[in-house]
Every structure is written in C-alpha cells, then in structure tokens.
Write a protein that binds this ligand. Structure first.
Ligand SMILES: [Fe+2]
Ligand SMILES: [Fe+2]
Length: 172
C-alpha cells in the first residue's frame, strides 16, 4: 500500500514532469520557427525524456498499488526574447525541478518509504545531469553571441544529439 502523502506528492511530480515536457516542446516549435532545427531536435529529445520521467513516477505509483491522477497542464509560452533567454528559462526550470525532487526525497525519508527513496536517488543523479546540460547549452549560446557562423555550428552540434544520450551538448 502506497503512503498517501507520497502518492499525492508523486502525482504532483508527474504533473511537473509533463509540464517540463510541454515547455520543451513549445520551445522546440519556437526554435524550428527560427530556422534552428538542431536546437529544435535537442529540445524535442528533451521533451521525450521528460515524458519518460513522468512515466517513472506513473509506473511506481501503480506498482505500489496507488492511484494515478493526471493533473492539469499549464499553457506554455509561445516565444522567448532570445535563445539566451530561452536557455536561461531551461536552466531555471531544471533548478526548480531539482528542488522539487529534493523535497520529495526529504518526504520519503520522513515517511520511511525506502522504495520511494531508491526511485528518487535515480532522479537526484539525473537532475545533476539535467542542470549540467542546460548550463552547457546556455554557456555555448552566450559564447556564440551575435555570430551567425558560431550559432550555425552550435545548431549543427545540438542536432547530433541521440535519444538517451547527451552527445549534442557534450561536444558543443
Ligand atoms: Fe524531468
Ligand atoms: Fe529535466
């Protein structure tokens, strides 16, 4: 039987992960409208990953005999002032998600829910990567500055990201 406090908090985290997916998909559309297909590709894969994050909580709740609730999704922005502003938003979003995961871990400790702690340890490690990759793209966007040539190269690099990997930003 799943602890009701954990169940409620995990359902809220499912909502946050789907909102993350939705945010990155909105950003992918915007990037592609700006003729930045590599950024679009990177963001589409990021959106897919966030969906998988949501599904990890979804599956955990069901495996523990809990009840899944799909809460409402937020409307997302349609545009950003610049690529730098967009990736500042990505980084801020990931930092917010990390705080949320840390709060869940604290709750799982307080409630003595060991299986939840194990699941959350995966997410704690994942968030280190998530913040790192968001920061790397942001740094490279800032480096490219107003140079169309540098931006083109960065777009090409991000376009090489493969599903489940982070090649795009590691070689950027
Ligand atoms: Fe996530
Ligand atoms: Fe994320």
């Amino acid at each position: 039987m799943l602890n009701p406090k954990i169940e409620k908090a995990f359902n809220e985290q499912i909502q946050k992960e789907f909102n993350s997916s939705f945010l990155y998909l909105a950003m992918a559309a915007w990037a592609e409208e700006q003729n930045l297909p590599g950024f679009g590709h990177w963001l589409r894969l990021q959106a897919d990953e966030e969906r998988l994050h949501a599904m990890k909580f979804f599956d955990f709740i069901l495996d523990r005999g809990g009840h899944v609730q799909l809460l409402g999704m937020d409307a997302q922005p349609e545009s950003w002032d610049s690529l730098e502003a967009a990736f500042e938003a990505v980084l801020a979003h990931e930092q917010m998600i990390s705080r949320s995961i840390n709060d869940l871990y604290k709750l799982a400790l307080e409630e003595g829910d060991y299986p939840a702690q194990v699941l959350l340890q995966w997410f704690i490690t994942e968030q280190v990567e998530e913040e790192k990759s968001a920061e790397e793209v942001l740094i490279n966007v800032r480096r490219a500055g107003d140079s169309q040539a540098a931006l083109y190269m960065l777009d090409q690099t991000l376009g090489q990201r493969v599903a489940g990997g982070t090649e795009g930003e590691e070689t950027a």
